[in-house]
Design a binder for this molecule. Structure first.
Ligand code: T3D
Length: 261
């Protein structure tokens, strides 16, 4: 594979960490068809690549992602088709990726850019990052999973207030309400993201992937179904080399060295 197989996306591999940088900075990394396609290809490539044990998504320049590319937008757009075939598969690919996904929000996230950031498993943001739902400012409804994410995280009243853009949602408030895990000075974002990603990439990858599956299931499941799925996936996690290594490390009073197997 060439070093840079994409045109609107930069791919960087550092040990077990793959970083995808949305690279249309002049448009604040707005999602045109090509970027949507390349992002989906890259997430699927990370799924297949056994060496990748954590995925970072970030933006080039001063923005994370301004949502759908509005340049040349017309009323004739096929919204349902584009959402079903491009945005939704991307969100599902991120949520179901059996590896941790970190959104490193380096500036403004708007519209589907907010949905993209919050589809990640953990969000780290620069102090000057902001989350602008933006949909209703152009007469659209939230999409790419944002209504579900916000209602579950915040309840419907707060979700409504945020979706109406009643106030700017800055990084610190996003952290306070639980959407963002950490807020760091802009010049520390890359390093803080790298540290977190490397830590996650050296974890028990299969167990982490199974944990994601459990969280996805738990969002909809009854207690009985959750308990049964936990038991079934524990059977899988309990047979990994990383579980054996974790137990051995405990007995030997040392840090575990997880291989991801
Ligand atoms: O059709 C479908 O794909 C359906 C799916 C829809 C999902 C959605 O995401 S709908 C929501 C779409 N996004 C927006 O409505 C956000 C539009 N942008 C903004 O509101 C503002 O740009 C921001 C709040 C994000 C940032 O504001 P600010 O003042 O920091 O930057 P700016 O000056 O507005 O933008 C900088 C440049 O980026 C500017 O280009 P220029 O004039 O310097 O050449 C601007 O046009 C460009 N840009 C920003 N957002 C977009 C964009 N270009 C294309 N598409 C954008 N979404």
């Amino acid at each position: 594979m060439p070093d840079q197989p994409y045109e609107t996306l930069l791919h960087e591999q550092d040990g077990g960490v793959a970083t995808l940088t949305l690279n249309r900075p002049d448009a604040l990394n707005a999602l045109n068809r090509q970027l949507r396609h390349e992002l989906l290809m890259a997430v699927n490539a990370a799924r297949r690549d056994g060496a990748t044990r954590a995925l970072v998504i970030t933006g080039a320049g001063r923005g994370f992602c301004a949502g759908a590319d509005l340049r040349g937008a017309t009323a004739e757009r096929q919204f349902r088709h584009v959402l079903s075939t491009e945005y939704n598969p991307l969100i599902e690919a991120i949520r179901s990726l059996p590896k941790p996904v970190i959104a490193s929000v380096n500036g403004v996230a708007a519209g589907a850019g907010v949905s993209l950031a919050l589809a990640a498993d953990i969000v780290v943001a620069a102090e000057d990052a902001r989350f602008v739902p933006a949909f209703n400012r152009i007469g659209l409804v939230p999409d790419s999973g944002l209504t579900r994410t916000l209602v579950r995280a915040l309840g419907r009243h707060r979700a409504f207030e945020i979706l109406m853009g009643e106030r700017q949602l800055g990084a610190e408030e996003a952290q306070r309400i639980g959407l963002v895990a950490a807020v760091v000075p802009a010049d520390r974002l890359a390093a803080a993201t790298r540290e977190l990603a490397q830590r996650l990439a050296s974890g028990p990858t299969r167990g982490i992937g199974l944990t994601k599956r459990l969280l996805n299931t738990a969002e909809n499941a009854s207690l009985g179904d959750s308990l049964a799925t936990e038991a079934a996936l524990q059977e899988l996690a309990g047979r990994t080399e990383d579980h054996a290594e974790g137990v051995a490390a405990f007995a030997e009073k040392r840090d575990p060295r997880f291989s991801g197997r």
